[in-house]
Design a protein. Structure first.
Lengths: 110, 111
């Protein structure tokens, strides 16, 4: 079955390190998104992409970057991890009216 | 996209219908109403969406008022596995999948 997978599911990193979270979908969806979820803030959009080589900033993009070199993958990079980026990260892809979410990556920055 | 208002929490007895309200008084004519849910520690899951007609699928029913300023998600026979946070979202169809999530309603289904 087609699916969207995130890796790793859990990660602990140190402040200042570069971290990349992977997102892979097998539906061939053009649209892909990264959200973060924190207590008291709900799900907030970080970056999104409408297709290969297209990337756009969401509402909380500072400190994050994405690249889209193929349809299946949208990796999220934290250039220099900060404690404020400790969160649960969700990747999603969409077609038409529906968005499909991955199981999330819990990132802890110490 | 229009904002929505949902109660922060509600309880429901197992086997009974759960009726989840959502107010979206500033909804525009080209905005759809979507419902997603998030079971603890999992990614949000699509439930249903509609424009102005009532909709039903294998998971739930969506009732939208005639003036479209409010809607109700109905889970016909709630089970313990329906315990989750339910999000009501309105968005224009050309938003290319960008969804703005509010705080949602925490639904607890009890035996």
């Amino acid at each position: 079955d087609a699916e969207i997978t995130q890796s790793p599911r859990h990660k602990i990193t140190e402040t200042g390190r570069q971290v990349t979270l992977a997102c892979h979908q097998t539906w061939n969806h053009n649209n892909m998104f990264w959200y973060r979820q924190d207590l008291g803030h709900g799900l907030r959009l970080i970056h999104y992409s409408y297709g290969v080589h297209d990337t756009n900033k969401g509402e909380v993009s500072d400190g994050y970057s994405v690249s889209r070199s193929n349809t299946e993958d949208l990796p999220l990079t934290l250039e220099s991890a900060a404690s404020s980026q400790t969160s649960v990260y969700f990747c999603a892809s969409s077609v038409g009216q529906k968005a499909f979410f991955g199981q999330g990556t819990r990132l802890t920055v110490v | 996209d229009a904002k929505t208002t949902q109660p922060p929490s509600m309880d429901c007895a197992e086997g009974r219908a759960a009726n989840l309200p959502c107010n979206h008084s500033t909804i525009s004519g080209n905005e759809y109403v979507y419902w997603y849910r998030q079971i603890h520690s999992q990614g949000p899951q699509y439930i249903i969406h509609g424009l102005k007609n009532n909709e039903t699928n294998e998971m739930a029913s969506l009732i939208i008022t005639e003036d479209r300023k409010s809607s109700t998600l109905i889970l016909p026979h709630a089970t313990l596995r329906d315990t989750a946070v339910y999000y009501c979202i309105v968005r224009v169809t050309d938003s290319w999948g960008k969804f703005q999530f509010g705080a949602g309603t925490q639904v607890v289904v009890t035996p």
